[in-house]
Design a protein around this ligand. Sequence first.
Ligand code: GLY
Ligand code: MN
Length: 437
Amino acid sequence: MNRERSFHKSLLIFFLALCVCSFIYSGEFPAGEYAERRNKLKEKIGNAVAVITSAPVYIRNGDVEYEYRQGSNFYYLTGFEEPKSAALIDGLSGRFILFVQPKNPALEIWTGEIYGIEKTKEKFGADECYDISEFDSFLSSLNKRKIYYPKSDNELSKKIPVESEGYDLNPLIAEMRLIKSEYEIAQLKKAIDITSSALIETMRQATPGIYEYELQAIVEYNFRMGGSKRNGFPSIVGSGKNSCILHYTSNNRKTEDGDIVLMDVGAEYNYYTADITRTFPVNGRFSEEQRIIYEIVLKAQKEAINIIKPGARFYQIDSVARAVIKNELVGLGLLKPDENVMKFFMHGTSHWVGLDVHDAGSYDSPDGIRRGQILRPGMVLAVEPGIYISENSGVDKKWHNIGVRIEDDVLVTENGCEVLSSALPREATEIEKIMKR
Ligand code: GLY
Ligand code: MN
């Protein structure tokens, strides 16, 4: 009898696990995931109410709009992608209310389907759903309530009733976004896999004389064909001297034999973005100087990743990478011992990655240590040391125009960390091997 019961119990656990997994990977709208986030927020706000509006639509020119993307915080709480909407989460009554554009057949001829009130309520799990035109008066009825709203939103700030107590919603959501759920990690893994395959394909097709924008086209074509509808950020493709420009996005130079190419790119998948950088020689073989610099950056990255585990502090990642780069550059005679390594490594080593490429979440620790955030399982961060030697650096010419950055995305786990982009080779010899093909 006991054996039978435990068999049934195992079967039930197996079945539940199967449901969770198939739900995570099915691609259907994960209503439970969003409900859980809102429940966590309710716990944080107590008997206050939280209000947030969708991202604005920006006009490019005439009647052409910039590509629309929902605001990350709004999307995080609702999963709703349409503009001209607002969400309200009431900690007191527990209600989740959405305000959306009503159906409009004339407009839908141009824009495609608008969810409208009924369908939104059903699909997005709202307790109530109203026409967005009712939002302002609803908001005024909240006078005397404690209201959390994004203080960065000037339009919404103006509408908060003066008699209410206003608090900033952004830090609460940022705290939640810092720890990724299983569902979020699955989306990030997909974005990272798409980006990794696209970078391999781009390295295979690179050849001297190719334009930077052609390399961009190859990588982004492969993003789209891999299932990513949008980039997480503008692609950085810098060859030769452009490899030393940290956020170079003009991508208009023709590469030359002997150039190094730095590609910092990320496909977005279900709003989650990868952030990966690979640096490779356009002719398929690193020069002696390029290889020396490459190996230093790789060593710095490996040592920095090695210390990532629960309990480590955020700034330690940068300290480790910076120390390796400083020692090695001093050893090479490119840097004097009393010079700041910032001369060649001008940016930080890490940042959070998630819905935004530089994701939400404090870098400071709760006990007030600057950049001393304590790493916890579920955090995802980029580790991207670099060395950039421009023509103005004052060192021997043979080192000029070598910009190297190596960037991978790392998940903090219970016991250490997992490099989510580990399938994408980063050893110099492996990169040369890919390019030979
Ligand atoms: N991928 C660009 C950056 O991290 O700044
Ligand atoms: Mn980055």
